[in-house]
Ligand binder design. Sequence first.
Ligand code: PLP
Length: 403
Amino acid sequence: MHISHRQHFFDHLAQTSDFPLALEIEKAEGVYMYGPDGKSYMDLISGIGVSNVGHRHPKVLEAIHAQLDKHMHLLVYGEYVQSAQVQLAKALADTLRLEAPNPSPFGLIDNVYFTNSGTEAVEGAMKLAKRFTRRREFISCYNAYHGATQGALSLAGAEFFKRNFRPLLPGVKHIQHGYLPDLEKITGQTAAVIIEVIGGESGVRVPEADYLVALRRKCTETGTLLILDEIQTGFGRTGSFWAFEQYGIYPDILLSAKGMGGGMPIGAFMASQQIMKVLKTNPILGHITTFGGHPVSCAASLAALRVTIDERLSEAAIAKGELFKNLLNHPEIKEIRGKGLMLAAEMESFEKLKATIDQCIELGVVTDWFLFCDNSMRIAPPLTITEAQIREACATIIKVLNS
Ligand SMILES: Cc1ncc(COP(=O)(O)O)c(C=O)c1O
């Protein structure tokens, strides 16, 4: 007989809100998750941008098994030559051998520092930027989310999330994503601007092409590092392997996590050797981690990277995103924003959206809203979703909207 874990979940798992979704999931495969009773749920949010290649992609599983048969953890980050790490670092560098009309003054990104999570990638990048520029000031966007540790939290625009955790890092200024006049705030004092190519938790905000070009230029002019947080947008999500490829710019530091692991935990901050080498001296061990770049996560990540490229998932995401936009044409949906399979469907109010989401989940389609945008439905399914599955998901959403 199946024993429900529900009570233990509430009694023993630390809670971060009084209203967790509390859906019991026992198994997941492709775009579907399954409850203990066998009920299936189509995953339209990919565990918040993680399962880009779908749940339990066979190539990812194969790579994990093969790595388990070789070794797991050996030593803290960066000491031994481990093939899983090295192959992944090389493969990531290969994705970054790109010519951009608006390049980085520091050359191509060819160095990868592996972390355990997105927020740790942000922390590492902030330390790297301070150490490299010898400046202390950071600029990030209002309504951006870069993670929950204290450095990353300092970058958040929302006072609501920061107030009771102060003191945080001083010297953080904010700009409005996509708003050209705010670029004047970037000066010779600024160590780095950290920004998402497409604002995620602000509700999928796609900037005009000239905005990112102007930002790149302003950073170069003022000697400020441009850190692109592609933790949500990377690994094929928006129609190219990295979202910045669509904007003719190139970052100084690039961040990845989430979809990078194919379902395993891993993140990275990446830069050219010229920048990254400062972590070696003064002090030695400028950033260290025990588990960063865990070999099993690296093996999974390399498989996910290859699947994304070999199965042309980012290219396919463009047409799939368009199909969602066409099928979700309904008077209750005011606007659909986004690129590829990173979409937000805006409704009139949170109340209307929440009622819609609750009924969709009831009918086996999981979606949610955004941290800083509670009137828009998150649509970010695995990139492997088929046309038939998109039609099925949209039919459910439309059915709920018509009810
Ligand atoms: C853009 C962005 N940056 C950073 C993070 C933090 O990543 P993690 O939750 O792995 O620490 C997130 C997580 O949602 C994110 O969306």
